[in-house]
Every structure is written in structure tokens, then in C-alpha cells.
Unconditional design. Structure first.
Length: 310
């Protein structure tokens, strides 16, 4: 039995198209703006290191926001693995900047620093595919990769506790202490304190601004997001996010608004995958794609050894 293209699932309809150019996504952004909000889309591929929230993203988003009046409410469709707290802070300053309302829309992933940014929203649209995550800050490691500041501190404190329980430290303990950079541990502590302050300020100033004892409630939520999860990648679905007090609006997958959001998200990630780029930032006026997925060349090894010669 054949099925007409009009009734196909969204993903199959998109895959039939040869091009995933901006001309296919711009009408979707314009359709979403029928609700009176101006919309931008900030979508990254999940996985490669360069897809993180980084300083260069601030410039891209500033270009998108330039033609949008500051008195217009703003909706941000975001898909991001997270990244640097300082960059997230700078982006939030751009997004708010006197705007009357800010909405974050999470079709799939908004983890770590992306969850942190969502704390500055008046509302967060989530559905059954949406994921937030813990917000313990990520700090650069010796390898250049981001690591959890909380895990660094916990490892240091566990080592101290273990040594203190012994009658005397052994040779292995001295070696372990030689690997510790106390300034790095202090940097991790400052990052967590800064994240706690930012998240508390944002939540209490916006989503919880009309709540009694807003600052105390905001601090409790942020403390929970930093300290009470087993792993940095843990999934926080819409139900849990709403229960902890975040300003979640659940939008069903059948809702016409969500169908447009979902199609825009799918078209964006398929464009990135097809062009081997990392991030896509778009509005109804502009489109910017940036970064390239690094291809690792695999060198052929020596040919297999043949039978031994006698």
C-alpha cells in the first residue's frame, strides 16, 4: 500500500529533498514568529569538541540579534552539548538586554552550559524528546578538553580524606599529591561559585521574580542542578525539570507549534551533517554556519605477515 508524500513522517519528507538550504528553514522561522515573538535558531552537532558553546558564538548571535528590536520578545531554539560558562554568560546578556520576554525551546539537547542559559528564560518549551542536564561547570583540562569542575574537586577531597585515614602517607600518596595543581582546584571552586551565583541571579530575576522568597528558591534549584546528579550527562526530562521548579511549558509532539519546531531542528541537524559543519545560527534575516568536523586520517598499517619462509 502506497502512502502519499503529504502523509509521510517529517524526517522521511526531509530526506527526500536534495538540498537542505536556508530557503527551506527560513519559512519555518517566519511561521513560528506568528506568535509575536522573534525567533532565532542556535543548533550544534552533539559530539565534536568544537560544537561546544565558545566565545566565537557570541559574535554570530550578536549579528542575528542586530536587526531584531530590543522591545520584541525573543524565542531561542537551542540544541547544544554545553560549553564554557563565560561564553554562556555573554550570550545570556545578549539575549536578555532589556527584552521583555525570553523563551528557550529545547527540541532535543540543551545540556550543561545550555541548561545554564535556560535558567535566564521566562519560559522553557519542552516535549517528550527534550533533555536538560546538570550544570556543574566545565573547565579546560591539560588536554584542552572540558572536564567537570565538580569532579576535580571531589577527586581532590577524596584523596585528602583517604590519606587522613591512614596512620602515615605511603609513597603512592606522595606521588598522587605531586600531580595536584592547587591553583587548578581553586579555579574549579571559583567556577562552581560563579555558576551558582549566575543561575540564582537569573532564576530569581526572571522566571521566579514574582515568587515569594525568590532568591532562596532559585539557589536551592541551582544547588540541586550542580550537586545532586551522578553524571554530567544525566538526562533531565521535562517532568523532572518542572517538578524542581524550572519554568517549563510542556508542548505535545502533536501541537502544530511543536511540529514546526521539530521540522526546523531536523532540517538544521541534517544540514550540518551533510556539510560537515558544527553549528548553525539563523533568524528570519540571516544564516551563519561555522566550524568543520575534524576528519582523522587513518593510516594503513603494514601488510599482514605471510607464511614463514623456510
Amino acid at each position: 500500500m502506497s502512502t502519499s508524500a503529504a502523509n509521510d513522517p517529517t524526517l522521511l519528507k526531509i530526506l527526500r529533498e536534495v538540498s537542505q538550504a536556508y530557503e527551506f528553514r527560513r519559512p519555518l522561522i517566519q511561521a513560528l514568529e506568528a506568535d509575536g515573538y522573534r525567533w532565532i535558531s542556535y543548533v550544534a552537532i552533539i559530539g565534536p569538541p568544537g560544537s561546544m558553546v565558545l566565545p566565537g558564538d557570541v559574535d554570530l548571535l550578536a549579528e542575528l540579534l542586530a536587526p531584531i528590536p530590543r522591545d520584541a520578545p525573543l524565542a531561542v531554539l537551542i540544541n547544544s552539548p554545553g560549553g564554557l560558562l563565560d561564553s554562556a554568560e555573554a550570550i545570556v546578556r545578549l539575549f536578555r538586554n532589556g527584552r521583555p520576554k525570553l523563551r528557550f525551546v529545547v527540541p532535543s539537547h540543551a545540556k550543561s552550559a545550555a541548561t545554564m542559559m535556560a535558567l535566564a528564560a521566562d519560559e522553557i518549551w519542552m516535549s517528550d524528546t527534550s533533555q536538560l542536564g546538570p550544570i556543574d561547570p566545565q573547565v579546560p583540562s591539560r588536554t584542552g578538553m572540558g572536564v567537570s569542575a565538580l569532579s576535580v574537586i571531589q577527586s581532590y577531597e577524596e584523596l585528602i580524606e583517604s590519606v587522613n585515614k591512614k596512620p602515615a602517607p605511603g609513597p603512592g600518596d606522595f606521588l598522587a599529591f605531586q600531580t595536584i595543581d592547587l591553583s587548578y582546584v581553586a579555579q574549579c571552586r571559583r567556577a562552581i561559585e560563579h555558576g551558582l551565583k549566575l543561575g540564582t541571579d537569573w532564576l530569581s530575576s526572571f522566571a521566579l521574580s514574582e515568587t515569594t522568597d525568590a532568591e532562596t528558591k532559585a539557589a536551592s534549584i541551582v544547588q540541586h542542578l550542580i550537586h545532586d546528579f551522578q553524571s554530567h550527562g544525566q538526562v533531565i526530562a521535562w517532568q523532572e525539570a518542572a517538578e524542581m521548579g524550572l519554568p517549563v511549558e510542556y508542548v505535545t509532539q502533536a501541537d502544530p507549534r511543536w511540529r514546526i519546531v521539530w521540522e526546523l531542528y531536523l532540517r538544521s541537524v541534517l544540514f550540518l551533517a551533510g556539510t560537515q559543519q558544527l553549528k548553525l545560527a539563523e533568524s528570519a534575516e540571516h544564516s551563519f554556519a561555522t566550524g568543520r568536523v575534524q576528519q582523522v586520517a587513518i593510516q594503513p598499517g603494514p601488510p599482514p605477515a605471510g607464511p614463514a619462509q623456510r
